[in-house]
Write a protein that binds this ligand. Sequence first.
Ligand code: 6GP
Length: 832
Amino acid sequence: IESSIPQPLREKWRKFAATEFSTKDEFQKEVVKHVETTLARSLYNCDELAAYSGVALAFRDRLIIDWNKTQQAQTFVDQKRVYYLSLEFLMGRTLDNAMLNHRMKDTAVEGVSELGFRMEDLIEQEHDAALGNGGLGRLAACFLDSLASLNYPAWGYGLRYRYGIFKQEIIDGYQVEVPDYWLDFNPWEFPRHEITVDIMFYGYVRKSTDENGQTSHVWEGGEVVQAVAYDSPIPGFATSTTNNLRLWSSKPSSGEFDFQKFNSGDYESSVRDQQRAETISAVLYPNDNIDVGKELRLKQQYFWVAASLYDIVRRFKKSGRAWSEFSDQVSIQLNDTHPTLAIVELQRILVDKEHLEWDEAWNIVTQTFGYTNHTVLPEALEKWSVPLVQNLLPRHLQIIYDTNLFFLQSVERRFPKDRELLSRVSIIEESNPQVIRMAYLAIIGSKKVNGVAELHSDLIKTTIFKDFVTIFGPDKFTNVTNGVTPRRWLHQANPELSKLIADKLGGFTFLKDLTLLNGLEKYADDKEFQKDWMHIKFRNKQRLAKYIKDTTGIVVNPSALFDIQVKRIHEYKRQQMNIFGVISRYLAIKKMTKEEKKKLVPRVSIFGGKAAPGYWMAKTIIRLVTAVSEVVNNDPDVGDLLKVVFIEDYNVSKAEFLCPASDLSEHISTAGTEASGTSNMKFVLNGGLIIGTCDGANIEITREIGEDRIFLFGHLAEDVDDLRHAHRFGKTEMDPALRQVCDEIEKGTFGDPGVFSGLIHALTDGGDYYLVSDDFASYLATHKLVDEAFKNEEAWAHKCIMAVSAMGFFTSDRAILEYAENIWNLEPVVVA
Ligand code: 6GP
């Protein structure tokens, strides 16, 4: 490895190399040192935030020492690395995770207690790193944890948004968005002011011919913005491997300050130009599963992709290898189509800058990329308008056109005269204006394409990407079912359950090999174990009940059945069906005799999730939930039998205490719409059961844990087209129970019915696209089965334990192993 320090002087460096604290005393010394020096505070003015910061800085030092070792080891072995390109990384908090991954939490808890603080309080000081919307961003975060835990050489690349996903406030029952400025104090990131890349936009393309008569394309005359790298260490669990997450921040390019404007006195406009550059990485678009098509978003995509590729190529070129070896050294995974321009950018670098022949370059490109699709929803498939791209990235548009031409020519050769096919698979859609179908470009430019659960991977092959299976053959398309990291989602979120499991399995090895959970099976009938198990669940519910009381004033009974649906609010996820079901239950309770009420299992229906600011229907669903909660929670006829709660500002750290506290969680999307879902896995892993449709990963969860341990209902994906057709062209009666619910809403029981007319309209004239009416009867009937099952505590405990014992498959470690073996061809690097 190159070094700026001459060989004979390196001994000194080694002698004084930083070392990691390993005892409580050393830890405390580090904390106090950071509080006193780094933070310039003392024991006289150390509040909880300062104490948190001191502890975080102490752990950051450990992480960085491992990070340095890891980067050196990975550079030294010079094997293939994988680069995970994602516009979203929903990391949540870092401190607890860092302590647990380093197996130092107990030491640290004792250490801070002797310094006068409680670790729980310090952990609460940390702001969530919320650079993502939902499932797609959280999956990226789980994958980073697994990559490091499995010792894979891997980097994440993303954008360092100044504002992450907005904070949700509920005011008068409505969602209000508040900006999330999260960078005030973030001890986990390292600015790398020396690592910058100039990124160009706009301009024009000129052809130039050199002395040998070779022509090439020169893109010039555009606006330049600078990308600055910010690195965060990603520690693995019980390993020294600490990978890097590199996020780019935009700033004005150093050469760009407009002195002419400045000197002519137009200072303000010169500053405005500078601010425009900073706008690029200013804010995360708050949309989940929807494509909005704004120019600034396209700028974000190119800015991030160009900076990342520059970095990757620079690293490769340092190795001195030939270009033909590029894809032996580099795999790039595209997290959905957001980074698809990376395909075009690499082709541009190879052809325009490195002067490779088109075919040779394209060969390298298509060996390098993998594309993961995360949705079949048509409104989420990215399409960029050609005029927009023409203006912003003129050279890239040419490359896209050429790529398309060569692709269509090859299709024409293999399927002569099938003009329909050509127009169906063209990267360019002939609409007005023309648009670029990014998913098609991603498929054509990648070696492998994968979906995220079996049903989803089958669906993309038979529906949206069908023609490409015909053209490329089925082997290009594969499945990697999602997973979640058991470190954060069991060990960190539910320490008591993790410990109970460890006691039975003889240690925490299951956190690295989750299939070991099957060792719990033999305790599923053990009454003592069941009692301990249910007791932990009860305590987790008590903790949630306290949180609900403190934040909303609503008093809930921790013995009631806690029924939770937390995820982005979306019509396809059908929170509206859930709240309609709650209303139906409410109406039933109102009609019950005293005797009937005695037999009813008390329920707490808990909702949480953000609506995209411009998604009016989703916001109306939130309003209905809050309106129903106001009525139901204050109705003396109901009492403890039903409570409805909306948890404000659902995020990763809230998920961490919600998952352990559920008896039942709802994963009730219209069949065929939820690509996978990942919270379904988290809830079951924490000993809760699912009510769900045959959709996404629910299907595989059922296969693993057994049909008796999940409450499935509703129509199948294969029925959906016919049912939708019937709504549009046939005469369909609304389900009678749903009719009653609608009548009640329209009567004004939950306030001004005008507020909810959109929701009702969607079921009637709107054609009930999400098939709420079709699934409603079976949904209600299945909830009755849940009630019955919950009455038998032993049988319920047995189901939960058996379910957890069969969840080994859903660790993100398994998913990452599949990516590494089947897509990336990646080997681990062990760090000494
Ligand atoms: C989500 C899918 O909706 C969810 O089912 C899946 O579990 C998750 O990705 C991870 O694979 N998709 C998105 O969030 C999205 O925006 C474009 O897709």
